[in-house]
Write a protein that binds this ligand. Structure first.
Ligand SMILES: O=C(COP(=O)(O)O)[C@@H](O)[C@H](O)[C@H](O)[C@H](O)COP(=O)(O)O
Ligand SMILES: [Mn+2]
Ligand SMILES: [Mn+2]
Length: 345
C-alpha cells in the first residue's frame, strides 16, 4: 500500500492545505473547511486505489463530499477496475480531516493541518461522531501511563519515564469548561499546562517527538480526531489511549445527542456494546499497515504552514508509516503557473 499510494497521499494533504490556507485569517471557518474538503477529494479521486471513507464529514449531517461511506479513488469505480493492478484493487479505509482546526485557520492561529490516515479495510476504528477522553504521551511512557489512573499519578509516572521533574513537564489541554478540574489538578501536581483552543491532533502527535516541548495531551476532544491521532502514534510507538464520552453533562458543550441514555442506545445500534471501553492505539488503528499524512495549513509545532509567493507556494508535510518505520518530513515547492522566481525563504 505504501508503495502504491505513499507519495500520492502527500499531494492529497498538500492540496487540501493550500486550498484552506488561502482562507487563512479571513474569519470564514466554513469556507476554509469546504475548500479543503473539495481539494482533498479531487486529488484523492486521481489515485489508483480503492478507498472508502470511514471517518469523514459528519455522519449525521448530509455532507456532500468525503462523507462516511463514500468510495474514493479510480479503482473504486467498477468501470475502471480493469485499469488497476492487484495492489491497487486492495480495499482500503481512509480517515480524513481535511481542515483540522478550522477556527485556527479562520483566525490565523497556529497549529492547523490537513490530515488523513489510511489502513487496509477494517484497520481503523470507525469512531462515531462523539467525544473521546484522550491520553497521549511519548514512546518512553507507552503502556506505563494509563487513562484509568489519576492525573497526578500519570504525571508522576511520566516524570520518571522521561527522567525530568513534574515541574519540567508540559501538558496540553483544550481550553474548555469541562477541563477546569483537570487543569487545576495538573497545576497542583506541579506540571505546566499549555491551553489550546483547537487542534488536538497536532498536540497528540507532538508527544510522539522529543523536542516539541509537549510531553502529554490530556482531556476530551472529538472521537474521530482520536482515531487519526492514534494512527500516527501507533506508527511512532507513542502512547495513545481513548475512551468514548457520550454523556452531554460531561462534555458540557451540549453538542452530542439528547441524553446519556439516547447516546448509549445509539452506540449499541452501531455495535458498541461497552461504551466505556478504553481503546489503545493498536485498537483504534489496528490494521497491519497504517499510514498517516498531514500538511501544515498554519505553522505549528511539527510543520510549517503554507507559504505563498507570487505564482507558487511552499508546504511542509509529515508522512508516518508503520511499514517502513519512517516519519518523513516533506518540503515541497508548488509551481502554480510560471513563477518568475521560486521563493525559498
Ligand atoms: O479542534 C478541533 C476541531 O476540529 P475541526 O472541526 O476539524 O476544525 C479538534 O481538534 C478537537 O478534537 C475537537 O473537535 C474539539 O475538541 C471539539 O470540542 P468542542 O469544541 O468542545 O465541541
Ligand atoms: Mn478536526
Ligand atoms: Mn475539520
Amino acid at each position: 500500500m505504501e508503495h502504491t499510494i505513499g507519495l500520492e497521499i502527500i499531494e492529497v494533504v498538500e492540496q487540501a492545505a493550500i486550498a484552506s490556507a488561502r482562507w487563512m485569517g479571513k474569519g470564514e471557518k466554513n469556507t476554509a473547511d469546504e475548500v479543503a474538503v473539495e481539494a482533498m477529494r479531487e486529488r484523492m479521486n486521481k489515485i489508483y486505489m480503492r478507498g472508502r471513507i470511514v471517518i469523514g464529514e459528519g455522519e449525521r449531517d448530509d455532507a456532500p463530499m468525503l462523507y462516511i461511506g463514500e468510495e474514493v479513488g479510480i479503482c473504486s469505480n467498477p468501470g475502471a477496475q480493469g485499469l488497476c493492478n492487484s495492489d491497487e484493487l486492495i480495499e482500503i479505509d481512509i480517515a480524513v480531516d481535511p481542515c483540522e482546526g478550522t477556527n485556527l485557520v479562520a483566525y490565523g492561529q497556529p497549529g492547523s493541518m490537513a490530515v488523513l490516515a489510511i489502513s487496509e479495510k477494517g484497520g481503523l476504528f470507525a469512531a462515531p461522531d462523539f467525544y473521546m477522553k484522550k491520553l497521549a504521551a511519548p514512546p518512553a511512557a507507552k503502556g506505563k501511563v494509563d487513562i484509568g489512573n489519576s492525573t497526578t499519578e500519570n504525571l508522576k509516572i511520566l516524570s520518571e519515564c522521561l527522567d525530568r521533574s513534574i515541574e519540567e513537564l508540559v501538558v496540553v489541554v483544550m481550553k474548555r469548561d469541562r477541563h477546569d478540574g483537570l487543569i487545576k489538578e495538573i497545576r497542583q501536581a506541579g506540571a505546566r499546562v499549555q491551553l489550546i483552543s483547537d487542534g488536538d491532533v497536532g498536540a497528540a502527535i507532538s508527544c510522539g517527538f522529543a523536542g516539541t516541548n509537549i510531553h502529554c495531551l490530556m482531556g476530551i476532544g472529538a472521537a474521530p480526531e482520536g482515531v487519526i491521532s492514534a494512527a500516527a502514534m501507533r506508527a511512532l510507538g507513542g502512547h495513545f489511549q481513548g475512551q468514548l464520552i457520550y454523556d452531554p453533562e460531561v462534555v458540557k458543550t451540549g453538542l452530542i445527542g439528547e441524553s446519556r441514555q439516547a447516546n448509549i442506545d445509539r452506540l449499541k445500534s452501531m455495535g458498541i456494546n461497552n461504551p466505556d471501553k478504553i481503546y489503545n492505539a493498536e485498537e483504534l488503528a489496528s490494521g497491519e499497515t497504517v499510514l498517516f499524512a498531514a500538511c501544515g495549513i498554519t505553522s505549528g509545532n511539527l510543520m510549517q504552514g503554507v507559504r505563498f509567493f507570487h505564482g507558487g507556494a511552499r508546504t511542509q508535510s509529515l508522512v508516518i508509516s508503520n511499514q517502513s518505520n519512517t516519519a518523513r518530513f516533506v518540503d515541497t515547492i508548488h509551481m502554480f503557473d510560471q513563477p518568475e522566481y521560486i521563493q525559498l525563504n
